[in-house]
Design a protein around this ligand. Structure first.
Ligand SMILES: [Zn+2]
Length: 482
């Protein structure tokens, strides 16, 4: 059996970022588009996105939200209404100044995010406490002009969902913010098999215009953190700026509280960097475009159309009937060994081999992508066994990633140790921090690490600030980040 490592992919340990690009390009998840920073999501990559989207969309709806769609172009004056928001986003805005061959009276921003557009519409729609809460989500593309880009992780145009809600009270808005943070956390763990650390962002890392920003942070294979999704309590800033008012139960004019929350195609980057290995992608069964690939093995003499292919087709149909996403690789231009390596590189969870002898003895061979464990399974028990193996692989990938996270989350006693770890293995460092932006900036300058999150319900700090020695209210998570 050829357990060969694909020669096309740079080993992960040799050069992690080249390995990442090799995986993205060679497994045909994405390709570079003609405009710098814009990627083409190819069918195999888009199928992963569709699987993610379907599951997350269900979770968004189960928590009471509905989908809508808002325009791509945002008039400049709309964007300028919230001061912090425009300062945060205008450096990365793309502008349309000509339309239909004529200079526009007002430049239009291509949405970098939709608070300005959606809040403007909410001001028109919301009149009374009876109109609240407003719980709307949109699936869309956004554009943020980036200088340094990398497929899925940082692209000028990307796909995402953005939820925008309005509530009568601060408490309801905070509950919503936390509910959606929890949704992201369970989505990451249950669907992507990626464990995350949820928490609040420091002032310097929060969303432009937000009262409080929360995020889930994952740890990638190279020890760098990836911000997985964010959830913002926007306070009354946007309601004030966009003139959203309602009459409360006492017929008094009041300002609603708003939230927004989003997750993007970046999640695909996180998936690759969490589970991939030297042979390429390893996809959790829940988002794999094909959960099983069937590789028929031709007889040494004779035609595979006689016995092997018909049997392989039947097996494919049976598994499809059991709800499994199956692909039958019946290319007669490639040898089985090539196909094994090819699908292994593409991260398909299970490979099913059927040869002439398997047809005779009423069985087939299953090979798991993550462990490469091989087993012979008789036909009658096949759908059940496939279901068990897919569930086991989903579970084991999460377990493995959890161990990696635990092994790479360290407490440090001194700033020297902090610097040493950041220069060496990286990972999450848990250490007391005084809360000062200046201290945070110095740590970033000296170690390239930032405060990723202040954990929720953080216990009192173990000691004084790791850098400056001032009193520290809490232990926080530091890491270098994507
Ligand atoms: Zn400090």
């Amino acid at each position: 059996m050829t357990e060969r490592v694909s020669k096309e992919i740079t080993p992960k340990t040799e050069d992690f970022s080249q390995w990442y690009l090799d995986v993205v390009l060679k497994t045909e998840l994405a390709d570079y588009g003609p405009v710098k920073g814009c990627m083409v999501i190819r069918p195999y990559g888009f199928a992963i996105w569709e699987a993610m989207q379907a599951d997350m969309d269900r979770r968004i709806k189960e928590t009471g939200h509905v989908n809508a769609y808002f325009p791509l172009f945002i008039p400049k004056s709309f964007l300028e209404k919230e001061k912090e928001h425009v300062e945060g986003f205008s450096p990365e805005c793309a502008w349309v100044t000509v339309g239909g061959g004529e200079e526009l009276e007002e430049p239009l921003a291509i949405r970098p995010t939709s608070e300005a557009m959606i809040c403007t519409m909410y001001a028109k729609w919301v009149k009374s406490w009876r109109d609240l809460p407003v719980l709307i989500n949109q699936w869309a593309n956004v554009v943020r002009w980036e200088k340094v880009t990398r497929p899925f992780l940082r692209t000028t145009e990307f796909l995402w969902q953005e939820g925008h809600t309005l509530h009568a009270t601060e408490q309801e808005a905070e509950e919503e913010t936390m509910r959606m943070l929890g949704m992201y956390r369970s989505f990451y763990e249950e669907v992507l098999a990626v464990p995350v650390v949820p928490g609040r962002k420091s002032e310097s890392e929060k969303f432009a215009g937000a009262l409080r920003t929360y995020s889930v942070e994952a740890l990638m294979g190279d020890g760098k953190a990836l911000q997985g999704a964010t959830s913002h309590n926007l306070g009354q800033h946007f309601a004030t700026a966009y003139g959203i008012e309602f009459l409360d139960r006492d017929q008094q004019r009041a300002l609603p509280w708003s939230t927004s929350w989003g997750a993007s195609t970046r999640m695909i980057g996180g998936l690759i960097m969490t589970h991939g290995d030297d042979a390429g992608l390893v996809l959790p069964p829940k988002v794999a475009p094909y959960q099983v690939v069937i590789v028929p093995i031709p007889p040494r003499k004779g035609d595979w159309n006689e016995a092997v292919l018909p049997r392989a087709r039947e097996v494919a149909e049976t598994l499809r009937g059991a709800g499994v996403r199956v692909h039958l690789d019946d290319r007669d231009t490639q040898q089985p060994g090539f196909k094994y390596a090819d699908w292994e590189m593409r991260g398909v969870p299970l490979r099913l081999e059927i040869g002439p002898r398997d047809v005779e003895s009423g069985q087939c061979v299953l090979v798991r992508r993550d462990t490469r464990q091989k087993e012979t399974v008789p036909w009658p028990g096949l759908p059940a066994r496939v279901g068990d193996l897919l569930a086991a692989m989903q579970r084991d990938l999460l377990e493995k990633a959890r161990r990696f996270l635990a092994d790479n989350t360290r407490r440090v006693a001194t700033y020297d140790q902090f610097k040493q770890v950041m220069a060496d293995t990286r990972g999450f460092l848990v250490a007391p921090w005084c809360g000062s932006a200046e201290c945070e900036a110095r740590i970033k300058q000296e170690t390239r690490a930032t405060v990723r999150v202040i954990p929720l319900d953080a216990p009192a700090a173990a000691g004084p600030c790791v850098r400056c020695g001032e009193r520290a209210p809490a232990d926080v998570y530091f890491a270098q980040a994507y």
